[in-house]
Ligand binder design. Structure first.
Ligand SMILES: NC(=O)c1ccc[n+]([C@@H]2O[C@H](COP(=O)([O-])OP(=O)(O)OC[C@H]3O[C@@H](n4cnc5c(N)ncnc54)[C@H](OP(=O)(O)O)[C@@H]3O)[C@@H](O)[C@H]2O)c1
Length: 256
């Protein structure tokens, strides 16, 4: 192996990143671009995507923005056409779009349930299927699904969310098995709590202190903590790795 570090390069690769208008998806789009990939960024908020496009261009990579509602399968088909038209195909998919409600299971409402499942599970599955089809054409691809520590541990107020994330990790294994023959590696990235805008509710009222107390390394994650793991799973360095959930959690799951 002559070029050990070259295995981690994403030069010449095209990545599609969902949930890219804020938080983890936004950071990972930039991180993958810094590792050399050109990026198609998606979410509903077009202005935020345009800002991100400019930031990616500033690090010397190409970026294109496609606004869509990931819970609509027709929108994901439109994304596929967009990616083909602008980039000719895709090598990497990062599924970071999510919608999270933190509240006691007794109080969960049908509309909240539907929205969490439609964005975080249905949208994720059909993104894997529809963008994954572009990878199948090439016989090679890398899918990274955002799971969570709550796929493997319990916290009050996150029953439905944890169920979805356990489902994401399970789906990741199942797709890895079905699609190995097509050359598509499917893995999940499972962070502990990251202080993104959507987590304000979870971190309020003593939530922050309770979470930090469960993390042996003594702090919450920042999105940049995920760069190394995401670049590894997106790059040839992980070509023999599929079906895994990689926890980037400061030791949370080990301590649970
Ligand atoms: N933050 C954490 O502590 C943490 C920890 C572990 C795992 N995760 C997981 O990591 C991922 C990202 O988390 P996050 O905290 O950064 O943000 P998030 O609130 O889970 O996701 C926000 C992103 O999803 C997009 N989105 C929401 N509904 C959408 C829809 N209908 N169509 C298209 N895009 C939609 C939002 O963009 P628009 O509003 O512009 O549509 C935004 O870019 C999620 O899967 C989350 O569960 C987060």
């Amino acid at each position: 192996m002559d070029d050990l570090l070259g295995q981690f390069s994403l030069k010449g690769k095209v990545a599609v990143v969902t949930g890219a208008s804020e938080g983890i998806g936004r950071a990972l789009a930039l991180g993958l671009a810094m590792a050399g990939a050109d990026i198609a960024v998606t979410a509903r908020r077009e202005a935020a995507l345009r800002e991100l496009r400019a930031e990616i261009e500033a690090v010397g990579r190409r970026a294109e923005a496609c606004a869509l509602d990931i819970s609509r399968v027709d929108d994901i088909r439109r994304l596929k056409d967009f990616v083909v038209e602008r980039f000719g195909g895709a090598d990497i998919l990062v599924n970071a779009a999510g919608f999270t409600v933190t509240k006691p299971a007794w109080d969960m409402e049908e509309g909240e349930w539907d929205r969490m499942l439609d964005v975080g599970f249905k949208g994720l599955f059909f993104s894997c299927q529809i963008i994954g089809a572009l990878m199948r054409e090439r016989g090679y691809g890398k899918i990274i699904n955002l799971s969570s520590t709550f796929s493997r541990s319990i916290i009050k107020g996150r029953a439905v969310y944890g169920g979805i994330k356990a489902g994401v990790s399970h789906l990741t294994e199942a797709l890895a098995f079905e699609w190995a023959a097509d050359g598509i590696r499917v893995n999940a990235l499972a962070p502990t709590a990251v202080a993104t805008p959507s987590r304000a509710e979870l971190l309020a009222g003593g939530g922050y202190e309770r979470l930090v107390a469960r993390i042996p390394l003594g702090r919450l994650a920042v999105p940049e903590d995920l760069f190394g793991a995401a670049i590894y799973l997106a790059s040839p360095a992980s070509d023999f790795v599929t079906g895994q959930t990689l926890f980037v959690d400061g030791g949370w799951v080990a301590a649970s």
